[in-house]
Design a protein around this ligand. Structure first.
Ligand code: SF4
Ligand code: FE
Length: 484
């Protein structure tokens, strides 16, 4: 079974025994919870689209390891074409879900761990790369969704992991045994972990020799004993419990994040990819972050396409689509959105093979991509709100619209152009609300800022990769400067 159907995926997650908490209670059936289910549907789309002939080349690829057709989300990139197709696939998924579809973190972790384990083994004679390839083959054969867990809680940001008052604020090895290790700690903001079969854990920063116990990477099933998750709240999340469709804005899809606790979790030797080789922690972080910064040049662009389409529809329903000011705003939104895409494609096209043979994006361009993502979706959202008008936040509820007395009043007074029903007008405004202020704003706004690293993290990389010395030499050559 190299490709699961969407239904098989849902059932495979249902069969897992995850420990999930929300609103102070254990969620016994996360798959059927109305707040959580839309996020599962988003991941399901990565399976559904892979079944369709028209998306076969984008969504699937032949694995060089298993020889089978696999989902691209489990692929180790073999070329710049693979890198480009990854971004195109993510844009497509963003368009189909208007949400975070979560499966990219695992894909980005696979590719970062693949090359880093190769280089660690070369230096230390360890067997992490073989461990990882076995894990990877298993993931490809079963078509699994894997979460990539990097962000530790971090406590006092001015202190290294080993200097923290509470040593668990970075995930660490607490026991080394013959057959494996025991780890303790937590990972924050874990996108889609409860919709994943497995989790790959990675360190979150570069580390020195005293942080050895924190330089650890491994994979375990998400329902391993000792792992539990506390779901993060999203603005307007409980609307999903109200059995309304219009008020939710995007009733079918969503994203979800959780704080994941590793309470003395055992990891067998064959699932360990880094264990104390502290100087490779930084490499792993830099590569994973680089890939995920590329990812945002696809997924956020796809969601941006939906938002631009929603704004244009709202304008049409208001009868202002031909107004030059509105047209100009839509052009600006498109320009910003395509600029993000251009960066995603550019860092892919400029990719290079690593020592292990898989392909890595251009790090400078990937960081420029993500830096733009920390800004442009905000401007696109601002323009969408501008076009939508105030009704997107003052409209009555769906219950009022369905009410015998109030419904006709709402129909009458909140109508736009005559040919369009008030209900359709409210639907598109609620979608804009969802993307800019509601549950999807987590993915489209704040995640654009902080996901894959906050803006300053990209600026550090841009400074490191920008090669100012070369640029100075160019200027001096043009100016005929000779220095002794
Ligand atoms: Fe994928 Fe984007 Fe969600 Fe990251 S934020 S997991 S790249 S959809
Ligand atoms: Fe993300």
């Amino acid at each position: 079974m190299a490709l699961m159907t969407g239904e098989e995926y849902i059932e495979s997650i249902r069969a897992m025994q995850m420990e999930v908490y929300m609103f102070g209670k254990r969620v016994e059936h996360p798959v059927d919870d109305p707040i959580l289910r839309p996020s599962l549907n988003s991941v399901r789309m990565t399976y559904d689209l892979a079944q369709l002939p028209e998306y076969r080349d984008l969504m699937t690829v032949i694995s060089p390891y298993t020889g089978q057709r696999i989902n691209r989300f489990t692929h180790i990139h073999q070329s710049t074409e693979d890198l480009i197709n990854k971004v195109k696939m993510q844009r497509l998924l963003g368009q189909k879900t208007a949400a975070c579809f979560q499966r990219c973190v695992g894909m980005d972790a696979f590719n970062a761990v693949f090359s880093t384990t190769y280089e660690t083994d070369k230096k230390y004679g360890t067997s992490y790369h073989e461990n990882f390839k076995k894990f990877m083959t298993y993931v490809q054969e079963k078509d699994l969704t894997v979460d990539g867990a990097m962000t530790d809680p971090k406590g006092d940001r001015s202190k290294a992991p080993h200097e923290q008052a509470d040593p668990d604020l970075y995930l660490r090895v607490v026991e080394r045994r013959e057959d494996g290790i025991v780890v303790r700690g937590a990972k924050a903001h874990q996108t889609g972990i409860l919709n994943s079969h497995e989790v790959i854990v990675m360190p979150t920063i570069s580390m020195g020799p005293e942080d050895k116990d924190y330089a650890v990477s491994f994979a375990v099933p998400v329902d391993t004993k000792g792992i539990f998750m506390i779901i993060g709240r999203q603005s307007c999340d409980t609307r999903k419990r109200e059995h309304t469709e219009i008020d939710v804005g995007n009733s079918e899809f969503g994203g979800v994040e959780a704080l994941v606790v590793f309470d003395d979790v055992f990891v067998p030797n064959e699932r360990i990819f880094l264990n104390g080789e502290h100087e490779f922690a930084g490499m792993l972080v830099e590569r994973f972050a680089g890939y995920h910064r590329q990812s945002y040049g696809g997924c956020k662009v796809g969601v941006g396409d939906v938002l631009i389409g929603a704004a244009a529809t709202a304008a049409e329903y208001n009868g202002v689509e031909k107004a030059s000011a509105v047209k100009d705003k839509l052009i600006e939104m498109t320009h910003l959105n395509e600029t993000l895409y251009a960066c995603g494609i550019a860092c892919s096209a400029e990719g290079r093979p690593t020592e292990s043979g898989n392909y890595m994006i251009d790090l400078l361009l990937a960081n420029v991509c993500k830096q733009n993502v920390t800004r442009y979706p905000y401007e696109i959202a601002r323009l969408a709100e501008d076009i939508a008008g105030g009704l997107m936040v003052t409209a009555p509820s769906e219950a009022d619209l369905r009410d015998e007395k109030l419904g006709p009043v709402i129909e009458k007074y909140l109508k736009g152009v005559n040919a369009v029903s008030t209900e359709n007008r409210l639907r598109i405004l609620r979608l804009i609300e969802n993307l800019t202020l509601g549950t999807a704003a987590v993915g489209y706004r704040t995640e654009s800022m902080h996901g894959a690293g906050s803006p300053q993290a990209q600026r550090i990389m841009i400074a490191r990769q920008g090669n100012l010395a070369h640029k100075k030499a160019l200027a001096k050559a043009i100016a005929h400067i000779k220095e002794d």
